[in-house]
Design a protein around this ligand. Structure first.
Ligand code: COA
Ligand code: AMP
Length: 633
């Protein structure tokens, strides 16, 4: 038995023993009563009865243990021409002061706080300060429009919103504060207070009595100590796209998450305390929560907080500069970032300018890693390029080539094997396991390991309906895929209305709901088509109300504006066409899968259940007008 098999078997046969041992790397005020509490299945809880504080484990204990002068965060911002090192000691000072600020504004254990910020250290400080008080943060990605922020405000009901005056996106200055004001206006729930970090690039107007200046508050703050919380208390809510316009509030607990992330560092990423780890993502996504903030800091690593893009800030050598300048050992990003670098610097000329001798691994996730990008990156870098698969729900990887356990040969297109703790199975529609090499629904046998979602925020029924009821006894991932005869997992894509655009998870169902509100549209479909840079982009098909003559280009522009206004620019909704009808089954189900294959130029067979096969010709013609499509076989 190889080392991986040994570790994996132990994690499945004796999960309590396995995770109790991993939990020794976390400091507890009180040890747990039960490692795995299964008294209320399928709501499994880890380390129940245990008391700890995630901020203490991520910051205070490193200062106590002699890491005070080590950089905790390197803030590298090519867009503002700033590089700033924040030691663990300085981080402790800032976090305890900001926790004092929040406390002075009435925030205490169990309260919720929304953080809507760009990639500045203050975002990390705000998250850790919430954790310090036992308050629950909900970070909302800055590319979301006020309408989306308002939905999250109404669901999370924050006492306070923490924001910044603005951000720089490439060369554009984006003002955040007016978006927060608009969101509060749209929301039914009105947060009592806002803290605004004023950046020199843009000044925000503050509403007297409601808005407070970050720097002013910090200058008079009384530092706050860590508040012990139950391991099972929520650390954060992170909203992610489901199949409808209402996002899912993924709940993350404190204890299990800290144990799992700390374990993942050495075992998946082969990264030890003191090393430099860089996740080029955004604090608004799960990767940002787990691998910009909590994972590296819980481990005592130095984390890089990068405010820039893979290209254009200022050139496709940005990643190589950061790696060499800060001695990065591991880079984690989305495949789309590498496709952008490949597009702008196909021969990798920029790489030659930098010393990358300390750089050991590239980890990619967030979307499927296409074999072309894999081959290009591994040839260019000449070091392991590791595809790993996970979801906002799981909080950390489900499948990976675990560099700290045993290194397996790569099979391009596969994210290698299940990570210990995740009993991954492929099932048919009736929940029966299928054989090696057969595609089916990807599921994980319950219980999920620590760190994964215990439930959805105040939506237990939706948790059961989305994840548990479809395949009883399993967590349903909503991804399709297969496991080959060597145990390698191949994730082939979502089986629901969720798409991944530049590694950002979006709901086509939500886009359809928005498009359907256009006064001239009777019916519509939005689905994801393949895109050479962003992996997938959404395309809309609209059926007009009878008697409505509309110019296609003009209508498209209106729909693009509607999606930008409601969801935000990150939806990348740029294409829509008018069709006379949508292809449907005889029972009225829209054939999105067939349309997607047509748009992607893949061969497709005409479904036997289609009500009118002739309609597919029109769909082909319509998609051709915007540059997609191929004929049926
Ligand atoms: N705040 C406000 N707007 C934002 C934003 C933010 N934080 N992030 C993105 N946007 C806007 C962009 O300005 C752009 O607006 P535009 O349509 O007006 O030009 C739009 O959202 C789309 O952004 P993006 O998808 O980032 O496209 P891009 O063309 O600017 O950049 C890449 C392309 C590939 C360089 C970029 O998508 C990228 O770096 N991807 C990596 C993704 C990643 O790390 N994902 C994390 C998951 S692990
Ligand atoms: P998110 O919750 O934003 O992390 O998105 C999760 C979804 O992204 C998964 O359900 C997959 O569809 C997709 N995904 C993430 N990582 C990978 C990967 N390595 N390979 C294929 N798909 C991935």
């Amino acid at each position: 038995m190889g080392r991986y098999d040994e570790v994996f078997e132990k994690s499945i046969q004796d999960p309590e023993g396995f995770w109790a041992e991993a939990a020794e790397n976390i400091d507890w005020y009180k040890k747990w009563d039960k490692v795995l509490d299964d008294s209320n299945r399928p709501f499994y809880r880890w380390f129940s009865g245990g008391e700890m504080n995630t901020c203490y484990n991520a910051v205070d204990r490193h200062v106590k243990n002699g890491r005070g002068d080590q950089a905790a965060i390197i803030y590298d911002s090519p867009v503002t021409d700033t590089v700033q090192k924040i030691t663990y000691k300085e981080l402790l000072d800032r976090v305890s002061k900001f926790a004092g600020v929040l406390r002075s504004l009435g925030v205490s254990k169990g309260d919720t706080v929304i953080i809507y910020m760009p990639m500045v250290p203050q975002a990390a400080v705000a998250m850790l300060a919430c954790a310090r008080l036992g308050a629950i943060h909900s970070v909302v990605f800055g590319g979301f429009a006020p309408h989306e922020l308002a939905i999250r405000i109404d669901d999370a009901k924050p006492k306070v919103i923490v924001t910044a005056s603005g951000a720089i996106e490439g060369k554009k200055i984006i003002e955040y504060k007016p978006m927060v004001d608009k969101a509060i206006e749209l929301a039914a729930h009105k947060p009592e207070k806002c803290v605004v970090y004023q950046r020199s690039l843009v000044k925000a107007e503050l509403a007297a009595g409601r808005d407070f200046d970050w720097d002013v508050m910090m200058s008079k703050a009384q530092p706050a100590e860590c508040v012990p919380v139950q391991a099972t208390d929520p650390l954060y809510i992170l909203y992610t796209s489901g199949t409808t316009g209402t996002p899912k509030g993924i709940v993350r607990d404190n204890g299990g998450y800290a144990v799992a992330l700390r374990w993942s560092f050495e075992n998946i990423y082969d990264t030890k305390p003191g090393e430099v780890y860089w996740s080029a993502s955004d604090v608004g996504w799960v990767v940002g929560h787990s691998y910009i903030i909590y994972g590296p800091l819980l481990t005592g690593c130095t984390t890089v907080l990068f405010e820039g893009k893979p290209v254009g800030t200022p050139d496709p050598g940005a990643f190589w500069r950061v790696i060499s300048e800060h001695g990065v050992k591991v880079l984690f990003t989305a495949p789309t970032a590498f496709r952008a670098i490949k597009r702008d610097d196909p021969k990798g000329d920029y790489l030659k300018k930098y010393d990358l001798s300390g750089f050991k691994y590239l980890f990619l996730a967030g979307e499927r890693l296409d074999p072309d990008t894999y081959h290009w990156a591994s040839k260019l870098l000449d070091r392991p390029v590791i595809d790993h698969w996970w979801q906002t729900e799981t909080g950390w990887p489900i499948t990976a080539n675990c560099m700290g356990i045993e290194v397996f040969p790569v099979k391009p297109g596969s994210s290698t094997k299940p990570v210990p703790g995740f009993d991954v199975q492929i099932l048919d529609n009736n929940g029966k396991p299928v054989g090696a090499g057969t595609e089916g629904l990807v599921a994980v046998k319950l219980p999920l390991p620590p760190g994964t979602l215990p439930t959805l925020w105040q939506a237990e029924k939706r948790f059961l309906e989305s994840y548990i009821n479809p395949l009883p006894g399993y967590y349903f991932t909503s991804d399709g895929g297969y496991i080959d005869e060597d145990g390698y997992v191949f994730i082939m894509g979502r089986v629901d209305d969720v798409i991944n655009v530049a590694g950002h998870r979006l709901s086509t169902g939500e886009m359809e709901e928005i498009v359907a509100t256009h006064r001239d549209i009777a019916e519509c479909a939005v689905f994801g088509v393949e895109d050479g840079l962003k992996g997938q982009v959404p395309v809309g098909l609209a059926v007009l109300k009878t008697g409505t003559g509309r110019d296609e280009k003009e209508l498209r522009q209106e729909l693009v504006s509607m999606i930008r206004e409601k969801i935000g620019p990150i939806a990348c909704f740029k294409q829509a066409v008018i069709v006379k009808r949508l292809p449907k089954t005889r029972s009225g189900k829209i054939l999105r899968g067939t349309m997607r294959r047509i748009a992607d130029g893949k061969e497709y067979s005409v479904p036997s259940t289609i009500d009118d096969p002739a309609i597919l010709n029109e769909i082909e013609e319509a998609l051709k007008r915007i540059g997609y499509g191929k004929r049926a076989v």
